[in-house]
Design a protein around this ligand. Structure first.
Ligand code: FAD
Ligand code: A2P
Length: 276
């Protein structure tokens, strides 16, 4: 009855790390999210990433880093993914359906964890594109709201459709009866959402870097300018975005921290791509 015996030789070695897809949702031609079973032994801190993948045609695993988008209390794991047309992994991964298996190496790591930040008043999540994934985890973790009075989610994409995954997530969170019970009726004020587009008209426009540097976001939200006494930030986007936003945060007097040395902000790449 050993399932290994009936497996082709090439897939046998990945079986211990196989997980089953439970649902898939396509948001745009270039974006989808999916949920998989969670290995019973997998513990992670909200905001961390793991290696996931599929078997390639040659029988070797194609593995890539993926932020876990679900919170650590969830019994399943959620991921939010790009579809790169010629991407070795995502050209295949975009076709998964419930019941399919993916490979998941259960070794979570990452810098976007609450322990890498000093205590403060407000926590800013700054993301472009699929960089919202780790914040989809942290937003749904009650510990985030135990540590900070207010969480501000700034998410920027080219178009409105690309914001939809995050918009729906925030909407659902704000109407979650359990969270309202825990945090009171003011939960809308505790989770502030500031989505912007850069290449399509929408209520709020512009790059995160520009909206921070100009002070527009502080004026729009009625908040004081970012300062090292009260504000903490987590950053996840393209390398160019990360570099530029880091300079803006430093201009407000915030310093980059790490797991080993908590400070005022932390940064992680949403993907490895062209440089600045
Ligand atoms: P690859 O050969 O890996 O990438 C081809 C090119 O596509 C890259 O050079 C880059 O220019 C572009 N690209 C890759 N990923 C993205 C992206 N997410 N957004 C925009 N352009 C991209 N990807 C996700 O979709 N969701 C995640 O949660 C996620 N988390 C990551 C966490 C970390 C720490 C890192 C380093 C990467 C993460 N990625 C994530 C990127 C992911 O690892 C893969 O690069 C992506 O799945 C594409 O794989 P691929 O084999 O199809 O193409
Ligand atoms: P823009 O349209 O002005 O380039 P991409 O799809 O290229 O990964 O970009 C996702 C979002 O991040 C876009 O809205 C884009 O704005 C924005 N963006 C890209 N690079 C930077 C950067 N260096 N600083 C701030 N925002 C950026």
């Amino acid at each position: 009855d050993d399932p290994h015996v009936t497996q082709p030789k090439s897939t046998a070695h990945i079986l211990p790390d196989a997980q089953t897809v439970t649902s898939v949702r396509h948001w745009t031609d270039g974006l989808f999210s999916f949920r998989v079973t969670r290995p019973a032994s997998l513990r992670f801190r909200s905001g961390e990433f793991v290696m996931i993948g599929l078997l390639g045609d040659n029988g070797k695993p194609i593995l890539r880093a993926y932020s876990i988008a679900s919170p650590n209390w969830d019994e399943e794991l959620e991921f939010y993914s790009i579809k790169v047309p010629d991407g070795p992994l995502t050209s295949k991964l975009q076709h998964i359906r419930p019941g399919d298996q993916i490979i998941l190496r259960p070794k979570p790591v990452g810098t976007l964890v609450l322990d890498a930040l000093l205590p403060g008043k407000r926590l800013w999540f700054l993301a472009t594109g699929t960089g919202i994934a780790p914040f989809a985890s942290l937003m749904r973790d009650p510990e985030t709201f135990e540590r900070y009075e207010q969480v501000i989610m700034m998410h920027t994409c080219r178009t409105k459709a690309e914001l939809e995954y995050g918009r729906e997530l925030v909407e659902n969170l704000r109407h979650d009866p359990l969270l309202s019970e825990i945090h009171g009726d003011d939960f809308t004020d505790r989770l502030v959402y500031y989505p912007t587009t850069t290449r399509e008209e929408s209520p709020f426009m512009g790059r995160i870097t520009d909206n921070l540097a100009s002070g527009k976001v502080f004026a729009d939200l009625g908040l004081p300018a970012m300062n090292p006494a009260e504000d903490r930030a987590m950053v996840c986007g393209s390398l160019a975005f990360n570099v530029d936003v880091k300079a803006v945060l430093e201009s407000f007097g915030l310093h980059e921290g790490a797991n080993s040395e908590p400070r005022e902000f932390v940064v992680e790449k949403a993907f490895v791509g062209e440089g600045v």
